[in-house]
Design a protein around this ligand. Structure first.
Ligand SMILES: *[C@@H]1O[C@H](CO)[C@@H](O)[C@H](O)[C@H]1NC(C)=O
Ligand SMILES: *[C@@H]1O[C@H](CO)[C@@H](O)[C@H](O)[C@H]1NC(C)=O
Ligand SMILES: *[C@@H]1O[C@H](CO)[C@@H](O)[C@H](O)[C@H]1NC(C)=O
Ligand SMILES: *[C@@H]1O[C@H](CO)[C@@H](O)[C@H](O)[C@H]1NC(C)=O
Ligand SMILES: *[C@@H]1O[C@H](CO)[C@@H](O)[C@H](O)[C@H]1NC(C)=O
Ligand SMILES: *[C@@H]1O[C@H](CO)[C@@H](O)[C@H](O)[C@H]1NC(C)=O
Ligand SMILES: *[C@@H]1O[C@H](CO)[C@@H](O)[C@H](O)[C@H]1NC(C)=O
Ligand SMILES: *[C@@H]1O[C@H](CO)[C@@H](O)[C@H](O)[C@H]1NC(C)=O
Length: 476
């Protein structure tokens, strides 16, 4: 590789050698082949790969100033050769590693960040190529046409692990937010991490900071686990959603802490006529032990882009502090699609504008070619066991005229209303239908009281297969 090895590089190599020997002892070549063939591997896989290298071995310098774009590209290209030979791991050692966007180009790949490793996104805009818009959106979200590259992206992969000992991926988003506010950008901003058309993806034990746009964006993918992730962005930063599963199946999000300028989690599935044509739902999604701070947005949003449909979303043991709303449904005439079978059990909320929030008139269309007769179907939405305090207004439930949101069930909820910003009307409901039991303050008349001793709202008994997948510890 023709680079001068520093003492630290040599140490890394020594560890790599030891680790490789240990890994080889643990997993025979036959097992590696089986893994590569996608045989009996668990969804989260093992981060142990037959090959490993450090970015330093490709000339990277972790001083926070040197551009390492070529080094990251060379490292990934080198490791991609081992895709069908037991896979490979790219290690990012302690240091501040400035780089332009890079692609993960092979399956059976692990990116591992040391505890004191920070990958810094370049602010040289000519390093950010324009890439195709997502087919289910038809255009960039901010602007028509292509979009800026994501910082880290991977497409058409199987068995990818992005993890670390809580290392950091820093998008240096202020550069992008300022340009966005000044309308100086030619395209929509990129995501900090986008994994597209992939299966068996694990993102864990990392901190993501200051994304240009949405932070973690799994799209058209399945069997995705996001665990132990911290996501931080200023609460006034534009569109810095935390985690946005988009047209994905079997997604498990757990033990995450998110502070953001937009929704902490937003489940999506494409935009108006493009999403209807692409027709790929988000489904079988489980969210557990999430803590969110988002003063202008929601703990969990469903939509507003939901034209491929959203079904079977289960959220349990979720907390929001100083956040606009709890779980929010956002949609519009023209979206088509559906949001159904949503189950939320155990919400703890402090200092909120709304506990329950549904918006049928969200607006925002990609262009004028959306179908005004494409009405979304919103039904079977279940909320149970919520405690909220210091709330301005309990609920704003706003369906669509002639297309009511049906089958709403709310049970065992207490909301303490703030004296400061208290609204006269605590429940404002239009074009919604459903039932409630054990809810205080008392809900609106659109929802029928089914009585205190009736069964609580539903929550599925059986677990999803993705919930049983064990995550193998990954260390380096
Ligand atoms: C990453 O891959 C996409 C195609 O998926 C391509 O358009 C883009 O230029 C690649 N980015 C880099 C930095 O190589
Ligand atoms: C920005 O990136 C371009 C394209 O990679 C490169 O030619 C140029 O030297 C970089 N500019 C700076 C200031 O690093
Ligand atoms: C990735 O997979 C999608 C869906 O299967 C396919 O349409 C696309 O052509 C693939 N892209 C590449 C680069 O193989
Ligand atoms: C990871 O780092 C973030 C940011 O420094 C910190 O807030 C969080 O508590 C850390 N998580 C763990 C598990 O150490
Ligand atoms: C009602 O909700 C609280 C917490 O929000 C929970 O502790 C309690 O067990 C629930 N009651 C029932 C009957 O489920
Ligand atoms: C209650 O909410 C208001 C905003 O509505 C906020 O200003 C105040 O600090 C909150 N009080 C507590 C005790 O959190
Ligand atoms: C109730 O909701 C309707 C429809 O969104 C809105 O026009 C009205 O202003 C709301 N009323 C209150 C008191 O918030
Ligand atoms: C992430 O951290 C947790 C807690 O420290 C640990 O149990 C788990 O194995 C780690 N996951 C990976 C993939 O290393």
């Amino acid at each position: 590789m023709g680079t001068i090895r520093t003492k630290r590089t040599l140490q890394v190599w020594k560890i790599v050698a030891l680790w490789t020997v240990a890994a080889a002892a643990l997993s025979s070549a036959a097992a590696a082949k089986r893994r590569a063939a996608g045989g009996e591997r668990a969804a989260a896989g093992s981060c142990a790969r037959a090959h490993a290298a450090s970015v330093e071995d490709f000339g990277a310098v972790g001083d926070g100033a040197t551009s390492n774009t070529a080094a990251f590209a060379a490292a990934v290209a080198h490791l991609a050769r081992f895709e069908s030979d037991g896979g490979a791991m790219l290690v990012v050692p302690p240091g501040r590693w400035l780089t332009g966007p890079f692609n993960i180009t092979c399956s059976h790949f692990t990116l591992f960040l040391h505890r004191h490793a920070v990958i810094l996104a370049s602010q040289n805009i000519s390093e950010w190529p324009a890439i195709d818009p997502l087919p289910s959106y038809g255009r960039g979200r901010d602007l028509p046409g292509p979009r800026y590259s994501n910082f880290i992206m991977g497409s058409n992969l199987t068995d990818v692990i992005i993890t670390g000992d809580n290392g950091t991926i820093d998008g240096q988003g202020k550069f992008w937010w300022d340009k966005f506010h000044k309308k100086e950008l030619d395209h929509t901003r990129g995501h900090l991490l986008e994994i597209m058309y992939s299966d068996h993806v694990l993102i864990s034990n990392l901190t993501f900071v200051d994304s240009p746009f949405w932070t973690i964006h799994p799209v058209y993918s399945s069997n995705v686990i996001i665990s132990g992730v911290t996501i931080l962005a200023p609460t006034d930063s534009p569109n810095t959603d935390g985690i946005d599963p988009d047209s994905c199946s079997y997604v498990r999000i757990e033990d995450c802490y998110i502070v953001s300028g937009d929704d902490c989690i937003a489940v999506k599935s494409g935009w108006d006529e493009y999403g209807i044509a692409f027709n790929m739902p988000s489904q079988h999604i489980v969210i557990k032990r999430l803590t969110c701070v988002s003063p202008t947005s929601s703990l969990i949003a469903l939509g507003s882009e939901m034209s491929g449909g959203i079904r079977d979303v289960r959220a349990e043991d979720v907390t929001a502090i100083n956040t606009e709303s709890g779980v929010r449904i956002k949609t519009s005439v023209g979206r088509g699609g559906f949001v159904r079978d949503v189950f939320v059990r155990g919400m703890t909320l402090h200092t909120m504008k709304w506990v329950f929030f549904m918006t049928g008139g969200y607006g925002q269309h990609p262009d004028d070619n959306y179908n005004p007769n494409a009405l979304p179907v919103i039904e079977d939405i279940h909320y149970s066991n919520a405690v909220a305090e210091n709330v301005s207004m309990v609920a704003s439930l706003d369906g669509i005229r002639g297309d009511p949101f049906r089958g709403i069930c709310i049970s065992n909820v207490t909301a303490g209303v703030t004296e400061l910003k208290k609204k006269k009307v605590q429940w404002n409901c239009t074009d919604v239908e459903g039932v409630w039991s054990d809810v205080a303050p008392r809900p609106c008349m659109s929802l029928r009281d089914k009585g205190t001793y009736e069964a609580p709202c539903k929550f599925p008994e059986e677990r999803l297969p993705i919930e049983s997948v064990e995550i193998n510890p990954c260390s380096f």
